[in-house]
Design a protein around this ligand. Sequence first.
Ligand code: FMN
Length: 212
Amino acid sequence: MNTIILNGSPKGTKGNSEIFARQFIKTMKHPCEVKYIAKENPQQLAEFVRNFDAIIIVMPLYVHAMPGIVMKFIEQLRPAKKGQAIGFIIQAGFPETAHERYIENYLRLLAQELNYTYLGTVCKGEAAGTYMKPEFMNKKLFKQLNHLGRIYEQTGAFDKGIKEKFGHPYKLSKFQLIFLQQLEQTGIGKIGWHKFLKANNAYDQRLDRPFL
Ligand SMILES: Cc1cc2nc3c(=O)[nH]c(=O)nc-3n(C[C@H](O)[C@H](O)[C@H](O)COP(=O)(O)O)c2cc1C
């Protein structure tokens, strides 16, 4: 299937979506073309994707939703040409993929509304640190993404087994929740955020409440 991959992260080539997209096409015999929504005019891009049998949007979850640039692009999409398909790969920070349920429902209905064959939405949590992990820590994830891409190239569908594995956990267990609550109390979860705030000279304003 002649497929175009659209990277929907505002970070373009510098984000985790880029890593996911590149690993998805890495072991394909004929790797798909990748375009960056952040760099394109939404209207022109919506016209361009009409030349493909299938569109796969790889994007991050931002505040339980899609990045604004993806919404802007979707608003320009016309109803599908006969037989055109659309699918989504969403990667997010929180480990449990229940966070993606709202966007997943929306994307399924969107495909239906625009007459696309819906390839499904692959959701993967705990992905925020992908870009900073050493290669060996991402080995399993990359292998699964390579497999997902290879099977897609061969069958035109997302591998059910990988989709299911990526979807776990859908919700955190009581034990995991208690553990995370305890961990939060130690302040360990804030170390990374504070580093970013300091690097951006925003640390002193971290408790500001501008809308009050
Ligand atoms: C503004 C913003 C909002 C985010 N909101 C969520 C969220 O609601 N749920 C979640 O699981 N992760 C959230 N994240 C984490 C991102 O989904 C995660 O870091 C992802 O890997 C970023 O992908 P990217 O580097 O391709 O942009 C958010 C990150 C940012 C920067």
